[in-house]
Write a protein that binds this ligand. Structure first.
Ligand code: TXA
Ligand code: MG
Length: 303
C-alpha cells in the first residue's frame, strides 16, 4: 500500500504521521529517530515530562526493549495482545530518555489494527505514539479528527476506532498489577486471565508519570456530567441555558466507541455546555470504569 510506504519514508526522515489503532489514533514517530521523537512532542505541544507508549508488532519484539519481561507479562500479552492494553515495564538502553521522560520504565503495547501493525513491520522497528491530539485535548477516533487538528501531516486512514478510548495502562510487577490508567480491559477481566489469588490487582494513578493530569481529554465546550438523581441547579445557569444532552449508552462498548466523537460533534454546535447523563448502574459498573475516568477528567462539573 502506497500510504504505508510514504509513511515509512516520513518516519525514517524524522517526521510524524497519523496512525490508526483500535483505541484512538496515534501521532507516530520512529523510536530510532531522535528528530522524530522530538517532533511528536513539538507537534502535540506536549511537555517532555509525559512519557510515550512504544508500539510493537509482536510479543517477541516487545522483549527486545525491556529487562523486566516476567511470567505475568507473558501471560497477559498472550491473552490480550494485540489489544487495548499497555504494560509499563523496566526499559533497557534501546529506549531513549526522551521516550521514557527520564523514567527507568517504558510503556509497551501491540495495537490491534492491521494498518498499525503493517506500518511497524514495514518500518522494521517500533513506533512511539501518544494520542494524536494537542496536549490535554480530546483524543481522535477518526482520520478526519486527526487531520482537522494537524493539517499538514500524513494521516493513514484506518476508519473509525473500534474501542474509542485509550488503552488500559498497567504497571506489571512480579506479584502485582497496578492499573495506572483504566480502560476497556478492566480489573475483572484481568483477574479472570490471571486466575491466581496471590497476584494483587489495584487501581492506582501512576505516582511517577505526571501524564495523568486532573484535567485532560477536554473538548472546547464545558462538559457537565449529570449523574442520576443529582440536582442540575448546582451548576451555574448560564452554562445550562442551552445545552446539548447526551445519555451515555447502556452498552459500555458502544459508550466508549462514541464518547470522543460525540465530544467533537457537540463542540461544533451552538450550545452553552455538553451535559452527559450517567446512570447509577453505570457509576457502579466495572465495565464503565475507563469511560468514567475520562468523563471525570473532561468535566468542568461532575454532579
Ligand atoms: O491507546 C493508547 O494508549 C493510545 C494509542 C495511540 O496507542 N496512546 C495513548 O498515548 O493514549 P498517550 O501518550 O496519550 O497516553 C499514554 C499514557 C500517559 O498518560 C503516560 O503518562 C502513560 O501512558 N505512560 C507512558 N509511559 C509510562 C511509564 N513509563 N510509566 C507510567 N506511565 C506511562
Ligand atoms: Mg493522550
Amino acid at each position: 500500500m502506497k500510504t504505508i510506504q510514504d509513511a515509512c519514508k516520513i518516519l525514517k526522515e524524522g517526521g510524524v504521521v497519523g496512525m490508526p489503532t483500535e483505541t484512538v489514533y496515534g501521532l507516530a514517530g520512529s523510536i530510532e529517530s531522535e528528530a522524530g521523537i522530538k517532533n511528536i512532542f513539538a507537534t502535540k505541544e506536549r511537555p517532555f515530562f509525559d512519557p510515550l507508549i512504544v508500539h510493537v508488532s509482536s510479543i517477541n519484539q516487545a522483549k527486545n526493549y525491556t529487562t523486566g519481561w516476567n511470567d505475568l507479562c507473558e501471560k497477559l500479552a498472550t491473552a490480550l495482545w494485540p489489544g487495548p492494553v499497555t504494560f509499563v515495564v523496566p526499559k533497557n538502553e534501546k529506549i531513549s530518555d526522551l521516550i521514557s521522560s527520564g523514567l527507568e520504565t517504558v510503556g509497551l503495547r501491540m495495537p490491534k489494527h492491521k494498518l498499525a501493525l503493517e506500518l511497524i513491520e514495514t518500518l522494521g522497528n517500533p513506533i512511539a505514539a501518544p494520542s494524536a491530539n494537542k496536549f490535554k485535548k480530546t483524543s481522535p477516533t477518526s482520520a478526519k479528527h486527526v487531520q482537522d487538528e494537524f493539517k499538514d501531516i500524513l494521516v493513514i486512514d484506518g476508519g473509525q476506532c473500534e474501542i474509542g478510548i485509550e488503552s488500559t495502562v498497567l504497571g506489571v510487577f512480579e506479584n502485582e498489577i497496578k492499573i495506572y490508567r483504566p480502560g476497556m480491559i478492566n480489573k475483572a477481566l484481568l483477574q479472570e486471565i490471571i486466575s491466581d489469588e496471590k497476584i494483587s490487582i489495584e487501581y492506582i494513578e501512576s505516582p511517577v508519570a505526571p501524564g495523568h493530569l486532573k484535567h485532560h481529554y477536554m473538548p472546547e465546550k464545558p462538559v457537565i456530567v449529570h449523574t442520576e438523581g443529582s440536582d442540575i441547579s448546582k451548576v451555574p445557569e448560564d452554562l445550562t441555558s442551552k445545552p446539548v444532552i447526551w445519555t451515555l449508552p447502556e452498552d459500555s462498548t458502544l459508550a466508549a466507541r462514541e464518547l470522543y466523537s460525540k465530544f467533537k460533534e457537540f463542540d461544533k454546535e451552538l450550545c452553552t455546555s455538553i451535559i452527559i447523563k450517567v446512570s447509577t448502574n453505570q457509576l457502579a459498573s466495572e465495565e464503565f470504569k475507563g469511560i468514567l475516568n475520562r468523563l471525570e477528567k473532561a468535566a468542568s462539573f461532575f454532579i
